[in-house]
Design a protein around this ligand. Structure first.
Ligand SMILES: *Cc1c(COP(=O)(O)O)cnc(C)c1O
Length: 426
């Protein structure tokens, strides 16, 4: 099925400077190049163009993108406002380094401060760097408080905080740590949802608790509101800092600007990335004035972090996400999408164990006889892009501005993919 072709393929588009033929540099012909380090198990699929919720291959085939670059393209592809912001900035100034003031940084930081619990923002380039910076901030806080022995951080099984040595140690996934030498010290891992283990893990050396309000890579596992509140109380009680990793859940994905807003509490430090750049590499960590007090001149830095190009795009992303009704619409769409997925669960009770998630971070947990990778592959056959996750879950992460029509198409294609994958399972 799905022989839809891109109507613009091979034609000059009026609005976008689309080349008449696909440039050789845009095409992935033949097998994957060995010149690219083989660290990813990639699909044999590439794209030359994106339009909203759609990605277009060199051949002109259109794929419905519910991966969104793993929760990155919050406004879909080539959103006119983001294209305009980037192009305007590209003609003015790209990079000056953090030796000088950057007006865009000051503007975006002030917006984030106005919108959140935070008083201070540091810009970096990725989620891992944002988490790493959050960890450093927490340790440094206790150091300048005269308690340098408080440097350990409690984290949770199934967590994902990035691929640097410290963030790998923070998550503690043995599969990702193997072969990379001695693990960075200072992380105490407790089972997800085990309150007793958590209380026991707090010692005189504990600096902070770090958690994703919804585990993304771990399988779209939501931390219940009362547990987030309990963590806040525990931290207040013991003088610990609470760090939220909202790299995947932030910037409207949950239906609120940040997922922790649903619980009515706030952290002391928060890592963000993915959505904030709408596709332009950008991360940040945010902190209260008190939590940030150790991060003084010379304690941290990044060459590229918060450069004018990234800031111009982030400013435009915030404009769009904060527009009246945008987040309410995300909530409404999420509700309709989830109801449709529940319908699929009734239709495929032998395949779908559970539909879960928060906002447009949605997970479909499969029965043990089925593997997410097989469903993701079957979906590709239907020209639908999905993402696997831990805990036998398939993730659906549409652009936040997906239309109801595209939600309908996605559900239909997902159903056809499940039908095809059924033959391969059990
Ligand atoms: C993706 C992700 C990261 C790592 O982000 P990178 O940009 O890949 O370094 C960290 N934490 C969470 C929750 C994520 O989803």
């Amino acid at each position: 099925m799905k022989t839809e072709r891109d109507p613009k393929a091979g034609h000059q588009s009026a609005s976008v400077a689309t080349p008449t033929v696909v440039a050789a540099s845009d095409s992935c012909a033949g097998g994957p190049s060995p010149a690219v380090m083989a660290t990813y198990a990639r699909q044999n699929l590439s794209f030359v163009r994106g339009e909203g919720t759609w990605l277009i291959t060199p051949e002109g085939d259109r794929y419905l993108d519910l991966a969104s670059g793993v929760a990155v393209n919050v406004l879909g592809h080539t959103h006119p406002r983001l294209v305009e912001a980037l192009q305007a900035q590209a003609g003015k100034l790209w990079h000056t380094s953090n030796l000088y003031r950057v007006a865009g940084q000051e503007r975006v930081a002030e917006r984030l401060v106005d919108l959140t619990f935070a008083d201070r923002v540091f810009f970096c380039n990725s989620g891992a760097e944002a988490c790493e910076g959050a960890i450093k901030t927490a340790r440094r806080y206790h150091f300048v408080n005269g308690a340098p022995e408080r440097w350990r951080i409690i984290t949770f099984h199934g967590a994902f905080h990035g691929r640097t040595l410290a963030t790998l140690a923070a998550a503690g996934n043995p599969k990702y740590l193997e072969g990379f030498g001695p693990e960075v010290q200072g992380f105490d891992h407790v089972p997800f949802g085990d309150h007793d283990a958590l209380e026991k893990a707090v010692t005189a050396e504990t600096a902070a608790i770090m958690i994703e309000p919804v585990q993304g890579e771990g399988g779209v596992r939501t931390v219940p509101d009362q547990c987030l509140k309990g963590l806040r109380d525990l931290c207040d009680d013991k003088g610990l800092l609470l760090i939220f990793d909202e790299v995947q859940t932030g910037i409207g994905r949950s239906g609120r600007l940040f997922a922790h807003e649903w619980a009515g509490i706030s952290p002391d430090i928060m890592a963000i990335a993915k959505g904030i750049g709408g596709g332009f590499p950008l991360g940040a960590f945010l902190a209260t004035e008190d939590a940030a007090k150790g991060m003084t001149a010379g304690t941290h830095g990044s060459t590229f972090g918060g450069n004018p190009l990234a800031m111009a795009v982030a400013d435009a992303v915030l404009d769009a996400v904060l527009e009246r009704d945008f987040l309410t619409e995300v909530q409404d769409k999420a509700l309709r999408f989830k109801q449709a997925l529940e319908g699929l669960k009734d239709q495929f009770p032998d395949m779908i164990a559970e539909v879960r998630g928060l906002g447009l971070l949605m997970g479909v947990r499969l029965m043990p006889a089925y593997l997410p990778a097989d469903v993701v592959s079957a979906a590709i056959e239907q020209k639908l892009l999905l993402v696997g996750a831990g805990d036998n879950v398939v993730r659906l992460l549409p652009p936040l501005n997906i239309s109801d029509e595209d939600i309908g198409k996605a559900v239909q294609r997902f159903a056809e993919a499940l039908e095809c994958a059924r033959g391969k399972g059990a």
